[in-house]
Design a protein around this ligand. Sequence first.
Ligand code: URA
Ligand code: SF4
Length: 245
Amino acid sequence: MGLRRSRGPPPPWLVIMLQMIVILDRYIRKEDTMSPVDILKEVAAEVSICTKCDLCKGRTKAVPGEGNSQANILFIGEGPGLNEDKQGRPFVGPAGQFLEELLASINLKRSDVFITNVVKCRPPNNRDPEPAEIAACNDYLDRQIAAINPGVIVTLGRHSMAKFFGSEKVSVIHGRARRIDGRVCIAMYHPAAGLHQASLKDTIRADFKKIPVIIEQAERMAAESKAKPEPAPIKEEPPQQMSMF
Ligand code: URA
Ligand code: SF4
């Protein structure tokens, strides 16, 4: 009706210019000498103008993730929903409320951990992210993991689980831990699954309660292996099922 759009994607020339600045800045500053906080800020800045996949077209705000840059636990969900897209923050809707309850049940607050997603922009109508979108966004997640260097990664739902556990089924491995690339990875149902299917709520609550137990066991195993003489280096270490669950 003759009204100019006040929102919507920035013009392509501006995106290209900003992306060139980001690449140049990254090249000059070198991520391996940057602090975790600076790397996380850099990732967030790149995500906010990213056009690497079509999810950029429908987003209001990109959702890079947030929390403690020194967290020992990183939670990885699926992708922003309606509320997250509006606010630019992860897990702020009903699933987020349940996640906060779950965190509180193990004496954690959001600010103790880091929370992010496999895709940083909202899939239309909350559909599942597509493999190509997950692949396009993967570098941001990998850089966040490298910066935070968490001892523990908790996957929330199938899509983040697939990154660490391959094609296994969440209904089979939920609540179980495995050591992958030197980190303890724990597969969990997505908190939204508990909202859609009441019977899963208590399963998710029980799985969450295992997190501190798993961490304690992993720390004990690490202390024990430090006390032993150095084993001969192993070339390719397959993902190792942790014994306790
Ligand atoms: N569901 C997710 O997977 N991530 C969010 O950030 C919110 C809901
Ligand atoms: Fe970029 Fe990820 Fe958003 Fe796709 S989902 S536009 S790759 S930030």
